[in-house]
Design a protein around this ligand. Structure first.
Ligand code: PMP
Length: 305
């Protein structure tokens, strides 16, 4: 597949992706003054699109950005972007599909670029299945950097903004020590918060624990796992958790749109549990596969070759 063939939506038009050229004076580029949301496809079927677009609009409202497009229209545009690009995928590949909305251009930039209002982009890109395949065999090595997650009284971590510098800085620190480890940031009180693009769950005595939504992005896959766990009769507790809880967990896993459910092998070098994945992680992985009617673990593992 030639990536240059992909079509994206850019301010009202469906055009080749390579022609989407955002002015460098766009506030999204200058200040990170933009929000986004990303879902994926499973076997070419889009996952919880309405929920993702709903979260996008919550992020927009928090930052008082008017996208100039209704929520229903954003769903329809996203479906259309997928419709125009799915034929470019191999049958066993899937897309990440993302809406991006910046506040647009400052008035002084409009002489050069006559754009009023928000910049709206909807685009898709194949999932990095090969790069992540080994995580399902070995589990993720998680490390906590010294950089703390932005506290809600500075900027709500529930908002999915185009500024990931806080999480990126944490990731850089971790990768300088272990290039294949994933950063899990603590909050300013020392509680577990979240990763660059994932939420964390711990399992202790058959009960699931995960940080409170106030301090993290409320992942759609996090929510999906909570629902599936409760349906299976498991107890889920949202509370402050620290490294003591992590080191004493019987199992841990991360959730995200692309990972769905992926086991954690260690935290700061301390092994978690005895098997990867542990029994509860496996049970929830199977429930997730049933829910999306797609074996995402097999999709990753077949890339190990
Ligand atoms: N936390 C952060 C900071 C994220 O960027 C993401 C990815 N969107 C998540 C958690 C997981 O959210 P979701 O399950 O909706 O992908």
């Amino acid at each position: 597949m030639a990536p240059t063939d992909r079509i994206a939506y850019y301010n009202g038009r469906f055009i080749p992706e390579r022609e989407v050229l955002v002015p460098f004076r766009d506030r999204g580029f200058k200040y990170g003054d933009a929000v986004f949301d990303t879902t994926r496809t499973f076997g070419h079927r889009v996952f919880k699109l309405a929920e993702h677009v709903e979260r996008l609009y919550r992020s927009l409202r928090y930052l008082r950005i008017d996208p100039g497009v209704s929520q229903e229209k954003m769903v329809a545009i996203t479906e259309e972007v997928l419709r125009r690009n799915l034929s470019l995928l191999e049958p066993d590949e899937d897309y990440w599909v993302t809406q991006r909305v910046s506040r647009g251009l400052d008035p002084s930039a409009r002489e050069m670029w006559p754009q009023e209002g928000a910049t709206v982009i909807v685009e898709c890109v194949p999932l990095p299945l090969r790069e992540r395949a080994a995580l399902y065999r070995d589990g993720i090595r998680v490390m906590t950097p010294s950089v703390r997650r932005t506290p809600p009284d500075a900027l709500s971590p529930r908002v999915k903004t185009h500024n990931y510098l806080n999480l990126i800085a944490g990731g850089l620190e971790v990768q300088a020590q272990d290039p294949s480890a994933w950063a899990l940031l603590l909050d300013t009180a020392g509680n577990l918060a979240e990763g660059l693009g994932s939420n964390i769950f711990l399992v202790q005595k058959g009960t699931l624990f995960t940080p409170r939504e106030q301090a993290v992005l409320s992942g759609i896959s996090r929510e999906t796992v909570i629902d599936l766990a409760r349906e299976a009769g498991l107890t889920v507790v949202e509370k402050d958790l620290d490294l003591y809880d992590a080191y004493n967990a019987e199992e841990a896993f991360l959730t995200s749109t692309s990972l769905c459910v992926c086991p954690v092998a260690s935290v700061n070098g301390a092994r978690i549990g005895t098997a990867v994945p542990g029994p509860v992680t496996r049970q929830l992985t199977e429930a997730y596969c049933r829910f999306v009617d797609f074996d995402f673990v097999a999709q990753y593992l077949k890339r190990l070759g």
